[in-house]
Design a protein around this ligand. Structure first.
Ligand code: GDP
Ligand code: MG
Length: 641
């Protein structure tokens, strides 16, 4: 914990000062003691409040939530090759990482630093490749990382985006999780893949693009910042620099102009600069910190840089602050995203096929499906409730059936059908000639009426059948869709249910065919109606009878006349059939008046039949299921029964 770390350093400085003696130092001691209490209180509160959050984020990282598209607050270390990224991480952790010329970091390294006051020696652990956990030591960590890297990205110079996690439990390290990424290299060195630049920049972009990432841009003091590839790259995803912090390494190597570089801020670093000096050569980490402190305190140029912008301890503190604030900012949203994902996954899980593994389960599943299918079918086909499928017109059963009935009504001719170019009443005359009997001349033979009626009904007897076929095709399709929807999780019962429903459909269709046939036959068995409209219409037609007869019988009268109900007609051809013309007129008047009743019966009768049949079907699916269940669950589809 860096605050504690600072505190210890302050205390040791005081020890040294005390050794040099002096009464005035006593006041300083008192002040230091007071500040020590404050600092340790802050440190304790940091431990209490931030550490659980960091642990939570680490657990989420372990659970690979990023693969689910949930971004975690992460500090990502980027920098050009050899800018000093690994050295900065080493300085923060106080341990050695693989260092050297060329590209050493070939896979992302997630470094989790955990302050462990009880640890005498640092405890290190590597985790990679889905669950490989290797305990290691400070001396061997570099080799262990190299071995893990070779396993992930091969032993050559290739790179990979699969990360290695290094957990460092050590006394006094700052509580931080950072990700070290491969360095950006423009020109491939020998053995490196040709597209190394694209590969590295893809990995870097993948890590720095999410707005939850803080970019720790490592810049060497020896280079011109605007020429840095890592600056160019971080500016692509964070133009204003609001989530970019710069660490300037190698301050010892290029102190000239460093103050200007970090105060001018040519490259838009929103979170500011921290200049550091990492370990050089064989120094220990403690020596390196002492040298760093001395460098920024006494160097003629570097000492001018504000103390809030120099040193690894300052960097550690800044990073902890930033980390705490991004975690606090992102966590509520992460919780929400996880809950969303969870409920979506639970819903998906419910959709997964389930495997009833005993007969009781199977029967329960079967009845549940049938019950749901019946309820849903009844809603859409009988009650006209579409709340389950508000946007799918195919499922709006009552509306679609009503449409079919309306279409059917249009196809049934309101007027008795006639062939277009037939002379007025000649069809009737011919039939009367053929049904002549030995009887009084003023009787209209009933057989003539029935023959005529049969001829007319036969012209439309396909129409009701077509309606019945159309309705059943639609209903079958709809019921099957509903069945598939509710039995989707249970492929074992699907085929059984399908067969059961299919059987019911076939029966319903056959019953309808029979009903339609009977409807037509009924029309032919007798000429009957209690509808008063028949007599009314016939009387209206017969009002023109005398006028008609006069035109037929009196040759001097005009042959073209206008008759009520028939419009303008020519009767000249009937003058040679004057004996039958009156009966023909009567026959036409009766049939035309009666036709309305025929059409009405075919319409209403079939519509009600369709509605009743659909309603019965729904009831039957349920009743039938009791009989069906026995063979449904004993069919081979039922695994485990
Ligand atoms: P990386 O490729 O970005 O990970 O860079 P490294 O951390 O491997 O550092 C590259 C070289 O720069 C190494 O030889 C380091 O010792 C050296 N180096 C890093 N930081 C400093 C520093 O602050 N001062 C000096 N003098 N050398 C440094
Ligand atoms: Mg490195």
């Amino acid at each position: 914990m860096i605050l504690r770390w600072k505190l210890e350093r302050t205390a040791s400085r005081h020890d040294r000062q005390e050794a040099s003696g002096g009464a005035s130092k006593q006041a300083d001691d008192a002040k230091a003691a007071a500040s020590a209490v404050t600092v340790s209180a802050i440190a304790a509160s940091y431990d209490d409040q931030i550490r659980p959050l960091l642990d939570a984020v680490d657990r989420l990282r372990h659970l690979k939530v990023t693969q689910e598209g949930i971004q975690l607050p992460t500090i990502v270390v980027v920098g050009d090759q050899s800018s000093g990224k690994s050295s900065v991480l080493e300085s923060l952790a106080g341990i050695s990482l693989p260092r050297g010329q060329g590209i050493c970091t070939r896979v992302p390294l997630v470094m989790r630093l955990q302050d462990d006051p009880s640890a005498d020696a640092p405890k290190l652990q590597l985790e990679y490749s889905n669950g490989v956990v290797v305990a290691t030591t400070e001396a061997k960590v570099a080799d262990a990382i190299n071995t893990a890297t070779a396993q992930i990205a091969g032993s050559g110079k290739g790179i990979s985006d699969a990360p290695i996690t290094l957990v460092v439990r050590k006394k006094g390290v700052p509580e931080l999780t950072l990700v070290d990424l491969p360095g950006i290299t423009r020109v491939p060195v020998q053995g490196q893949p040709e597209d190394i630049y694209d590969q590295v920049s893809n990995i870097i972009k993948q890590y720095i693009a999410p707005k939850e990432s803080i970019i720790l841009n490592v810049l060497s003091a020896t280079v011109d910042f605007p020429t840095c590839e890592s600056i160019r790259m971080s500016q692509q995803v964070d133009r204003t620099g609001e989530r970019t912090l710069a660490v300037v390494t190698k301050a010892d190597k290029a102190p000239e102009g460093l103050l200007e570089k970090v105060t001018m801020d040519d490259v838009n670093i929103g979170l500011g600069y921290v200049c550091v000096r990492n370990r050089v050569g064989d120094e220990t980490y403690d020596q390196a910190r002492v040298e760093e402190e001395r460098l920024f305190k006494y160097h003629p140029l570097l000492s001018k840089i504000d103390k809030s912008m120099v040193g690894i301890p300052v960097l550690a503190q800044r990073l902890m602050q930033i980390q705490a604030s991004i975690i606090a900012k992102c966590l509520p949203d992460i919780v929400k995203q996880i809950n969303d994902r969870l409920s979506r996954s639970s819903a998906e899980l419910d959709q997964m096929p389930q495997d009833p593994n005993n007969v009781a389960d199977a029967v329960r599943v079967f009845f549940r499906i049938v019950k749901q299918v019946c309820a849903s079918t009844e809603k859409v086909l009988v009650r006209g409730e579409f709340d389950e499928y508000p946007d799918n017109r195919d499922f709006h059963g009552t509306a679609r059936v009503a449409e079919m009935l309306a279409e059917y009504a249009k196809k049934l001719p309101a007027q008795c059908p006639r062939s277009a170019n037939e002379l007025f009443l000649m069809e009737e005359v011919r039939i009367l000639e053929e049904t002549k009997g030995i009887n009084l001349p003023n009787f209209l033979p009933r057989s003539a009426f029935l023959v005529m009626l049969k001829k007319k009904v036969e012209t439309i007897d396909q129409v009701p059948q077509e309606l019945a076929n159309g309705v059943w095709a639609y209903v079958e399709d709809l019921v099957m869709k509903i069945l598939m929807k509710y039995s989707d999780n249970f492929p074992q019962v699907q085929s059984s249910c399908r067969r059961a429903v299919q059987g019911l459909m076939d029966k319903a269709r056959a019953r309808s065919a029979q009903h339609v046939k009977e409807l037509i036959e009924m029309e032919l068995v007798a000429d009957y109606t209690a509808n008063p409209d028949y007599m009314k219409t016939w009387t209206e037609f017969m009002d023109g009878y005398d006028k008609f007869m006069e035109a037929v019988e009196v040759a001097s009268k005009p042959a073209r006349i206008t008759l009520q109900g028939f419009g303008e007609v020519d009767v000249s051809h009937l003058r040679v059939h004057a004996d039958l013309a009156g009966k023909a007129f009567d026959l036409r008047a009766r049939l035309t008046a009666y036709w309305k009743s025929v059409v009405l019966r075919l319409m209403d009768g079939l519509a009600l039949h369709v509605l009743l049949s659909v309603k019965r079907l729904v009831e039957k699916i349920w009743r039938r299921s009791w009989g069906t269940k026995c063979w449904a669950i004993s069919s081979p589809g039922w695994r485990g029964c």
